[in-house]
Design a protein around this ligand. Structure first.
Ligand SMILES: Nc1ncnc2c1ncn2[C@@H]1O[C@H](COP(=O)(O)OP(=O)(O)OP(=O)(O)O)[C@@H](O)[C@H]1O
Length: 365
C-alpha cells in the first residue's frame, strides 16, 4: 500500500500541512525542530491510534489550537482500492472516520492502514517493557488475521470485568464465569500469538544475519503469561485466585505475555549495546513488514525517522537496498540526506520542512 496524501491541522507545530508523497522513496529534510518527525508521527498516529512519543497531553495538539486533525489517503494495490481515514482530537476524546463513515473503535483505523515506524525510541521494543512487545505481536495479528481483533476484544473485556470484580471483592461464583470467559478467549489468543512469532522467526533470522551478523543465530521465544506447559489457563486462573483477590488484579494470562530474543553469540538481551538493540528492533520491524507482505500481498508503508543518526552508513545501505527491492513506499527524515542514499542512485521524491512549512524539492536521483 502507499499513502497518496497526508494532511494534518493543529498538529505539533503545524497549523496546516499537506504532503503528497510518491509511491517510492520519500525524503523529508529540514533543520532540527522543523517538524520532520511530526509528519511521520501523524502517519503513525493514524496507523496505531497512538503517537510514538507521547500522548495528547504531552503536546500533540498545537499550542493555542482547539483540536488536532489528521487525514490520510492511501492506495491498496491488492484490491486496487483508494481508502481514506480521518482522526480528530479536541482535548476530550478521539473521533475517527474510515472511508467516509464514523468508526466506533479506533482499532478499525489501525487495522486498515499498515505503517511500520523505526524511530529513535524503537530500541524499547527490545529493551523496554513487555507491553511494547505484546503490542508489536497484536499489531501484526490485527493486520494479517481478521478474526484476531474480536478475540482480542473479548479477552480484554473479560479481563476488565474480572479485575473489577476482584476490586469489588466479589464472590467466587461471580468470578467463575469470567475465568471461563478469559480462558475461552485467552487460549486461542495465545496460540495465535505464539504461531505468529514462530512465523516471524525465519524472517527475523535472515534479517539479523544480514544486519547484525556478529550477534550469532537468533531464537525467538514466546512467554505466554502463565505456566502453559504445566496447565491450561483456566487452571492457572483458579490457582492464582486467592492471590488475585488479595492484590485485586489478575496476575496470570496473556495480558502478562512477553517474547524474548536470544542471540547465540550473547549471554542475554541485556548484553546488547544500544546500537545493537536498535538494529535488533529494526530486524523485528522489517520481519513484521515482510510477513505482512507475504500474507497480504503488499508491503506496509515504512517510515524511518532520522535514519542517518540511527544507523551507520553501511547499515543504512543494507536496509535501503532491501527496501528498494521490496518496492515498499518509504519515508525517510533527516537534517541532511542520509549518506548511503547519495551513493545509491535512487530515485527520490524530496520534501523540505522549514519552521512548520512544507515544500517539495525537484526530483533527484
Ligand atoms: N504542541 C505544540 N505546539 C507548537 N509547537 C510544537 C508542539 N509540539 C512540538 N512543537 C514544536 O515542533 C517541533 C518538533 O518538531 P519535530 O520533532 O517534528 O522536528 P524535527 O524536524 O524532527 O526535529 P529534529 O531534527 O530535531 O528531530 C519543535 O520545534 C517543537 O518546539
Amino acid at each position: 500500500m502507499h499513502v497518496t496524501r497526508l494532511e494534518a491541522r493543529g498538529f505539533r507545530r503545524f497549523a496546516e500541512v499537506n504532503l503528497l508523497p510518491a509511491p517510492g522513496i520519500n525524503l523529508i529534510t529540514g533543520e532540527n525542530g522543523a517538524g520532520k518527525t511530526s509528519l511521520l508521527e501523524a502517519l503513525h498516529l493514524m496507523a496505531y491510534g497512538r503517537s510514538f512519543r507521547g500522548r495528547v497531553r504531552d503536546g500533540l495538539i498545537r499550542a493555542g489550537d482547539p483540536a488536532l486533525e489528521v487525514f490520510v489517503e492511501w492506495q491498496e494495490a491488492r484490491r486496487d482500492q483508494r481508502r481514506k481515514a480521518g482522526l480528530r482530537h479536541s482535548g476530550q476524546e478521539w473521533v475517527g472516520r474510515l472511508d467516509g463513515a464514523s468508526v466506533s473503535q479506533l482499532g478499525e483505523l489501525c487495522a486498515a492502514l499498515a505503517v511500520v515506524s523505526f524511530e529513535p525510541g524503537s530500541h524499547s521494543l527490545i529493551t523496554g517493557a513487555g507491553e511494547i512487545r505484546r503490542r508489536y505481536l497484536d499489531w501484526g495479528l490485527f493486520h494479517v488475521e481478521p478474526d484476531f481483533t474480536p478475540l482480542w476484544r473479548r479477552y480484554t473485556r473479560a479481563l476488565k470485568q474480572r479485575n473489577a470484580l476482584l476490586k469489588a471483592r466479589a464472590r467466587d461464583g461471580q468470578l467463575d464465569a469470567w475465568d471461563h470467559e478469559l480462558a475461552e478467549a485467552g487460549e486461542p489468543l495465545t496460540r495465535r500469538r505464539h504461531q505468529y512469532l514462530d512465523e516471524l522467526q525465519p524472517k527475523f533470522s535472515a534479517l539479523a544475519a544480514e544486519l547484525a551478523p556478529g550477534l550469532g543465530a537468533v531464537r525467538l521465544d514466546y512467554l505466554p503469561g502463565w505456566r502453559r506447559d504445566e496447565f491450561p489457563l483456566a487452571d492457572a486462573l483458579l490457582l492464582a485466585r486467592e492471590r488475585d483477590q488479595l492484590a485485586s488484579y489478575t496476575s496470570v494470562g496473556p495480558h502478562r505475555a512477553d517474547w524474548r530474543i536470544a542471540f547465540g553469540g550473547l549471554p542475554g538481551r541485556e548484553a546488547l549495546s544500544r546500537g545493537q538493540a536498535k538494529l535488533t528492533a529494526l530486524c523485528a520491524l522489517l520481519a513484521q513488514a515482510e510477513h505482512h507482505a507475504a500474507i497480504r500481498g503488499e508491503w506496509p508503508v515504512v517510515a524511518l525517522d532520522d535514519l542517518a543518526s540511527e544507523l551507520d552508513r553501511n547499515h543504512q545501505q543494507r536496509v535501503l537496498e532491501r527496501l528498494l527491492a521490496s518496492k515498499a513506499q518509504v519515508f525517510i527524515t533527516g537534517t541532511d540526506p542520509p549518506p548511503a542514499l547519495a551513493s545509491m542512485q535512487v530515485e527520490l521524491t524530496r520534501f523540505h520542512v522549514e519552521h512548520g512549512l512544507l515544500g517539495e524539492l525537484p526530483q533527484s536521483s
